[in-house]
Design a protein around this ligand. Sequence first.
Ligand SMILES: [Zn+2]
Length: 252
Amino acid sequence: MKLIVVSPHRGDAAFGLGLTIGIWLQQGHAVEVVNCFTRSEFAPYSDVQSLHANDRMSFATAVRKREDESWRKQYGAAKLQLMDLNLKDAPARLHCAREEVFGRAPDTSEKVVSKIRRAIALGKADALLLPMGLSAHVDHVSARDAALLELRDGMRLAFYEELPFALQATSAQTEAMVNELQRVLGVQLRETFVSGSTPLTAEAAEQRRRKIALCYDSQIDEAGTAEIAAFGGTRGGREHFWGNAAWSNLHE
Ligand SMILES: [Zn+2]
């Protein structure tokens, strides 16, 4: 099976589905992460602010690319594929402040929509994993909605919770988001877990998630890393997502 995980920014797929991606690769599936808005000045725990304004984007973009590469290497020979779309992130693209990226209408500009659609179409995936849009971050809802335009009949479709936003969301908020997606898309979505042949203990899952999150240390500090690593502790460390009916005959 070929799976595409849409990651609005570098790190979104890793934080939300890092363990699950590892299981799929071990099972012999092909996994491609489509990184959408990869050009960014956002790297608050790097030296970016000490640079001249003109140099910040190329610096932060390169730092974040290296972080993604170090994450990819954790899967070793299983070869996770990364596809970068080189779109600017919301503050650079929409000229808004960093706190103004939430709650805006999806970006339906030709450049954004066509690049994302093309990547999905070329990827020829059997399964599509999309960010839920939990934070209402404009880059997340734009990536989700553009990717949905390439949904084909019979395709496995699922939505994952984005971190760190999911840390603040209540289960009622997540449920409301799932309900909204079901309503808009006219599909039933079910909470889904993927377990490997030797399921990890909660402690081992947390350790592995910590190792993944540590790749992105220009993005998150020590406390943020610990929170992301521990997310899922109440589910025995398991990551989850919400999948359509086509998922249910696959993993259980
Ligand atoms: Zn993001």
